[in-house]
Each structure stands twice: as structure tokens, then as C-alpha cells.
Design a protein around this ligand. Structure first.
Ligand code: NCD
Length: 308
């Protein structure tokens, strides 16, 4: 099995099935321990720096909560009051933070592949918390961990990924992670201009079965999971695309209740118009639980990367 100790976590591609199952079980164990003891002692004396150069709610907070619950400390880089405003580069900023010797750096940045490009300049292990439209490996961890908790397995499931598959970073990382399991089928559901990127299909080709569809209504009953994502307004090359595609896919309780079999509904959040709040009360709505799972799987990941 792979060891994650001291490793940068840059891509969902770098995990294997064994380490994933180990992380899922560890996350469940930590959940129990945290429930009992509130604060654990694994992380004592260790410091995590969170450096978010793009907005975040869940990812940053769940990393911070996870480190605190492990008994470690967190230093947050505040982008609004930093010298970035004076023109300092992101690379210099990171080299300075790294010089203070954090045990781990959690990094979100706007440019795709940024963490891969700077990793050799940075001593601390880097966890990629989102690099532009490219990847969001720890989101994929909590997504698949949620699926594993609901179904007790991941193998053999049929998963629909619907929404902005082109400019979003969660569909790519989720696809990479699912490709580590057996007998998975993915339906990519999106209007043509938002369909999944070619590099994702190239990676999963031969590992999992997939189909590209443009509308969810004909395939809902084939799905065990329907994973919805928002249109990434801030990443579109041209805002007229947003106006054109706004509302082009949308899930409501009314729509779902027309079917005999309703898949579980997941969403990385934040949501906009694509996931109506009427869905929230269906037993299949799992997205708030999914966000909560982020804390425990990130605690498990931190523990493994720090070798605690
Ligand atoms: C996602 C992200 O940042 O890519 N959010 C998250 O981390 N939960 C999804 C999104 O912003 O649409």
C-alpha cells in the first residue's frame, strides 16, 4: 500500500484503492473518537497553514476544524490584509509561509496546476484544496467517502455527474477517484458546452465505463447517485455563456418524485439555481451530510500525511 506520510496531495490520481479504504475506515474511527473526546492528541505540537487565494467556506473551515479536533494548531493566511495587495507574488508568499516551518500547507489557488509547479520550492507537504478548474482531490475524497458510507461499498455503482463538468474541478477529481474502484459506470450529464474535459476521459478510459448524455430525465432510474454541480460563473471565458446556460439543468423535488427509483443526491456546494431547496427534505438528499463528512476524511488525511 502507498504511504501518504510526508507526501504532497496534489491530485486524486495519486491514490489507490487500498489507501482509500484505509482513509474511509480511519475517518469513521476518528468520527467516533471526536464524538467521545472532542479534542484528540494526535496533532499535538503540529501546525497547519491554510492558504486560500480563492474564496472558500467548507474546504477551509473543515480543514481547520479537522486539525483542531486532532489537537493541532492552525495558522490562517488572510489574503485581504496580506502583502499580495502590495504586489507580492503567490510564490514568494508561499516561500515565506513555508520558511516558518508549518507541518502542512493547505493551498487553494486560481491557476490550474499551480501547486504542481511550485511544490519543489516548498518543504512542507502541500494539500491541493483546488487549483482553478483542474482538480480538487480532497473534495473527491469526501464525495466517495459519502458514497461508501451510504452504500457500504463503491464497487458496482452507477453515478451520474451533472452540471458544469468543463469548468468545474470536482467532476474531474471525482472521476479520477472513482476509477480506482471496480465496475463503476459514470453518466456525464451536461449541455454540450459544459461537457467533461477530454483529459478526464483519457484518464478513465479502460478503467471505467462511461456515457455522455445531455439530459438527466431519461436515465435517472439507472443511477445510484446523482452528483450535481453549479455553473462556474467566475471561470467562464465570457459571461454571455452564463446567461445562455443558466437554468439549463435543474433538479427539483417535483421532477425527482416522478420516478419510482430516486438516486441519492449529492452536491459539493455552494449551490445556485441547479438544486432547488425543495429537494432538501427528500431522504435521498445527502449534500449536508456530505459536507460534514469533509471534516472527518480531512482529519484522516492530515493524520496520514503527518504520519501520526
Ligand atoms: C467546490 C469548489 O470549490 O470547487 N466547492 C467546494 O469546495 N465544496 C465547488 C464549487 O465551487 O462549485
Amino acid at each position: 500500500m502507498l504511504s501518504l506520510k510526508g507526501q504532497d496531495i496534489l491530485s486524486a490520481k495519486q491514490f489507490d484503492r487500498e489507501i482509500l479504504l484505509k482513509l474511509f475506515k480511519l475517518a469513521d474511527e476518528l468520527r467516533e473518537e471526536i464524538r467521545e473526546k472532542k479534542v484528540l492528541s494526535y496533532g499535538k505540537g503540529r501546525v497547519m497553514a491554510t492558504v486560500f487565494l480563492e474564496p472558500s467556506t467548507r474546504t477551509k473551515l473543515s480543514f481547520q476544524f479537522a486539525m483542531k479536533r486532532l489537537g493541532g494548531d492552525v495558522i490562517d493566511f488572510d489574503v485581504t490584509t496580506s502583502s499580495l495587495a502590495k504586489g507580492e507574488t503567490d510564490i514568494d508568499t508561499l516561500r515565506i509561509i513555508d520558511g516558518y516551518e508549518p507541518d502542512i500547507i493547505v493551498l487553494r489557488q486560481r491557476k490550474p496546476l499551480f501547486p504542481m509547479k511550485i511544490k519543489d520550492l516548498i518543504k512542507a507537504p502541500i494539500i491541493n484544496a483546488g487549483d482553478g478548474w483542474n482538480e480538487h482531490p480532497t473534495q473527491a475524497l469526501l464525495d466517495v467517502y459519502t458514497i461508501w458510507r451510504v452504500f457500504g461499498k463503491v464497487d458496482g455503482l452507477t453515478i451520474g455527474i451533472m452540471g458544469d463538468l468543463k469548468y468545474g474541478r470536482t467532476p474531474s477529481s471525482l472521476s479520477y477517484l472513482l476509477s480506482k474502484f471496480n465496475d463503476i459506470k459514470i453518466y456525464y450529464i451536461a449541455p454540450k458546452p459544459l461537457q467533461i474535459r477530454e483529459e478526464v476521459l483519457q484518464y478513465i478510459d479502460g478503467k471505467i465505463e462511461y456515457e455522455i448524455v445531455y439530459d438527466v430525465t431519461n436515465i435517472i432510474e439507472k443511477l445510484d447517485v446523482l452528483y450535481v454541480t453549479r455553473l462556474q460563473k467566475e471561470r467562464l471565458p465570457d459571461q454571455s455563456i452564463y446567461e445562455k446556460l443558466k437554468g439549463s439543468y435543474k433538479l427539483t423535488a417535483d421532477l425527482l418524485q416522478r420516478y419510482k427509483k430516486i438516486p441519492i443526491i449529492m452536491h459539493p456546494l455552494p449551490r445556485t439555481w441547479e438544486l432547488d431547496t425543495s429537494v432538501d427534505t427528500l431522504p435521498q438528499a445527502k449534500y449536508f451530510e456530505q459536507a460534514r463528512n469533509g471534516l472527518y476524511i480531512r482529519a484522516a488525511l492530515i493524520k496520514e500525511v503527518l504520519g501520526l
